[in-house]
Design a protein. Structure first.
Length: 65
């Protein structure tokens, strides 16, 4: 039997507070940041794509724990 566990992690893309016109991402669990971008991105889409790859990594580690 397969038990479905909803992913508690969420990806959030926001305008950069340090570099106007650029974007950062963060991954949260229960409103606590578990990973965030170390650099900003020139577009919201680029930031989301990079954050999505990190979200898949975090989710994989969470599922295999």
């Amino acid at each position: 039997m397969i038990t479905f566990k909803p992913n508690p992690h969420k990806l959030r893309v926001t305008p950069s507070t340090k570099e106007p016109g650029r974007f950062d991402w963060s991954i949260t669990r229960d409103d606590v940041i578990v990973r965030q971008s170390v650099r900003s991105f020139g577009s919201e889409g680029a930031s989301e794509a990079n954050g999505d790859a990190a979200l898949r990594d975090v989710t994989s580690r969470w599922q295999n724990a």
